[in-house]
Design a protein around this ligand. Structure first.
Ligand SMILES: Cc1cc2nc3c(=O)[nH]c(=O)nc-3n(C[C@H](O)[C@H](O)[C@H](O)COP(=O)(O)O)c2cc1C
Length: 353
């Protein structure tokens, strides 16, 4: 049977948002699982979806119905922001040896657990008028034991000061909390934007200033920080130690930046994006290694941070890899687009997750 893709990569982001996910079959029964906790909040499972695939209630509620219990509302901003032109999402093939460019393919593997892809959306956002109301609608549609995480980002210009970036983050975070987010996630890491929005986490001291502003705006609501890869373990450790006490946890990794090309050498997302974020199978192993390194730092320095692991979780086995590496929760980025029943499969196999 051919794979049904819930998101149509040939349509714009705006068209997909309006259309909602397309599933080939009705929702199977979701196994009842015992309650656990994540970030001190009750959850039916520590399995969810990372910021990205779920831009509004039209997307979040059908996936919540399919047993994903930690649901992240795609990164929103303090003003409406359009998506980059198509293409925004392509399937890719790994190169050999892995680590160099990845190549666009129109025929992804038949085994959905083996799919890799790449995205370049530019962090589009609806207007705050829309998303603040829609977050309320989403929260009202979730069951007890399901968590709504709202991902936020500041919109910065070349001359924005850290205080201005912190204030804009804090404004979005406060709106998200007011609208009903159980948890707010600050996206400190988007590989596909050129400004400081994309690389903030790589500067621990700048992150401290910005995250301090967000923390003040949030009161008791838990804060997660979405981060990417670090050049050295020392840089990772410095970041984690600096954030301890300000945030409750880290969500990682936010894609891995690599050249995305057609076989004839043309960059897949146009000449201005020689690199972009790779997702799925190709990044699973490196993501598990990073999660293991984060767990080691947390234990070595006795930090009060939780880990929401992301990166190529596309099979039940991948979830197991992350939990074994020290994750407190596992979030899928791209795989629910072609495997909407993954949480159900995981709950059958591991009700304790
Ligand atoms: C369609 C799409 C859009 C994304 N947009 C965002 C975003 O707005 N903010 C963010 O923090 N991550 C975003 N991501 C990255 C995911 O949260 C996740 O880190 C990434 O997909 C890696 O996980 P995966 O290998 O399971 O796909 C996006 C991913 C996808 C598939």
């Amino acid at each position: 049977m051919s794979i049904q893709f819930a998101y149509d990569i040939h349509q714009t982001w705006e068209e997909n948002c309006a259309r909602g996910p397309q599933f080939s079959e009705p929702c199977p029964a979701v196994p009842e699982t015992p309650m656990k906790s994540f970030l001190g909040l009750p959850v039916r499972s520590r399995i969810g979806i990372a910021a990205g695939l779920l831009p509004n209630s039209r997307w979040i509620l059908p996936y919540a119905q399919r047993g994903f219990d930690i649901l992240t509302y795609k990164t929103v901003r303090s003003a409406a922001h359009p998506s980059y032109p198509l293409p925004n999402w392509v399937f890719v093939e790994e190169s050999f040896p892995p680590g160099g460019p990845v190549f666009v393919t129109t025929t992804p593997p038949k085994d959905p657990g083996q799919i890799s892809s790449a995205v370049c959306f530019g962090m589009p956002s609806f207007s705050p008028e829309y998303w603040r109301e829609d977050v309320q609608r989403t929260r009202a549609g979730l069951r007890h034991g399901q968590l709504l995480v709202v991902s936020v980002v500041a919109t910065s210009g070349e001359t924005s000061s850290l205080a201005e970036i912190g204030d804009d983050f804090a404004r979005c975070a406060a709106w998200a909390a007011e609208a009903g987010a159980h948890v707010v996630e600050a996206n400190l890491s988007c590989p596909n934007v050129a400004s400081a929005e994309g690389t903030l986490y790589q500067d621990a001291s700048a992150s401290r200033t910005v995250v301090g502003h967000i923390r003040e705006a949030l009161g008791d609501i838990p804060l997660l920080l979405k981060i990417g890869t670090f050049a050295t373990t020392d840089a990772l450790r410095t970041f984690l130690c600096t954030m301890d006490g300000l945030a409750k946890g880290v969500t990682l990794v936010n894609c891995i930046r690599r050249p995305i090309m057609h076989r004839d050498g043309r960059p897949a997302f146009g000449p201005q994006f020689s690199t972009a974020g790779v997702l799925g199978r190709a990044i699973h192993e490196p993501s598990v290694s990073i999660v293991r390194a984060v767990r080691k730092c947390i234990e070595a320095d006795n930090l009060g941070l939780s880990i929401a692991a992301v990166g190529g979780a596309s099979t039940v086995r991948d979830f197991a890899d992350f939990f074994a590496a020290g994750a407190d929760a596992v979030l899928c980025g791209s795989s629910p687009m072609y495997q909407p029943n993954l949480a159900i499969d995981a709950k059958h196999a591991h009700p304790e997750w």
